[in-house]
Design a binder for this molecule. Sequence first.
Ligand code: SF4
Length: 146
Amino acid sequence: MVLADRNVEASWAIDWVGRKEFDYTCADVAEGRDLATIAGLSYKDQDGKIKHNPSARMIQKHGCAPVGADVYQRDLQIEKYFIGYLLHPYVSLYTGRGCPAQCTFCLWPQTIGGHKYRVRSPQNVAERNGLHEETLPASAGVFLRR
Ligand code: SF4
């Protein structure tokens, strides 16, 4: 999430946002940790004041995150999600994080993943691709993104 102040202020319904790579920030919130202790979090305190915790550390080992395929299979109807430039339904597998380039039209490295490029191993990609094919047979295509 970018512009954390403006986004937290945007609605009474928004209690917090995660900045930059927010995978573990969101997991910490879901586990019920005290918001004041969660790295990468901007949130409203009990008085409605916006607080910004220190940034989370960039994820170094990209392949270490848990596989979400079983959660997708249990809770997600992928047919309900649509992106106009991809086959439908689809699954995205991210094989890398960050990008050293600075294309002016692109927001990703500037706002989320940073410029340090981190990759999954070929074995990890093959293993996870297989898991998605097994658990989400409805997907028409798997979109590999570097
Ligand atoms: S991810 Fe963005 S910045 Fe990196 S090469 Fe692709 S378009 Fe350019």
